[in-house]
Design a protein around this ligand. Sequence first.
Ligand code: FPP
Length: 241
Amino acid sequence: MAAKTDTTGGPRHVAIIMDGNGRWARARGRPRLFGHHAGARRVREVVSACPGMGVDYLTIFAFSTENWKRTQTEVAGLMSLFRRYIYKEMQAFVAENVRVRFIGDRPRLDEKLRALMDEAEQMTGHCTGINLTIALNYGGRDEVARATKRLARDVAAGRLDPEDVDLETLPRYLDTHVLPDPDLVIRTSGEARISNFLLWQSAYAEYEFIDTLWPDFTREIFVDLLRNYGARERRFGAVTA
Ligand code: FPP
């Protein structure tokens, strides 16, 4: 049982780039997929830490639009892991009142996986606890391009006046339209890059780049990062007195 924590001023929406599975596996002389399986087991620990820490939204980067460039074996293994993971975890998500959503470009994903994603979204649609969003075949630029296409269609069909397009308009077309912007973005494994994750949404997010490889990420590390965030001052471009 985790110690009771002061959640005042903590982030409401945390996004995580779960990096380092491959290196973790290599360090153990095992194939990369071994690391991905170990990484998948870490997700539940982080999800279950959220309610007690005041985190209402958790968004995790599971597969990027660039990850198709990996070997066929790794891509197929990851797709199979996602299918099994969603199938296995669905009941647990409902039991823990976790509402699951997916963001990313779905048509390129296989039919069976897409059906499981739809089912998980439907089955957890009534859940009112934490909002877990899994980015699968997601890329920030791809998302903005798809959003722009939909926006352009609305303009062409006369449903949207170009003069009315402002900072509030584009986010309504993004995959994340029902989510608040992330307050804190965490990336594991020592790389200080955002790798095309939530580009529009993270404009004012705080970032934490930590050396821990994702399969070694623990609830304690997560809680520490949330506490650090509480100690920071966010100004959103303004000046404080
Ligand atoms: C990055 O590590 C990780 C991925 C591309 C896959 C992320 C997937 C998981 C954590 C597991 C499954 C998640 C869910 C939601 C079931 P890497 O392979 O780039 O590691 P490396 O940089 O050390 O090579």
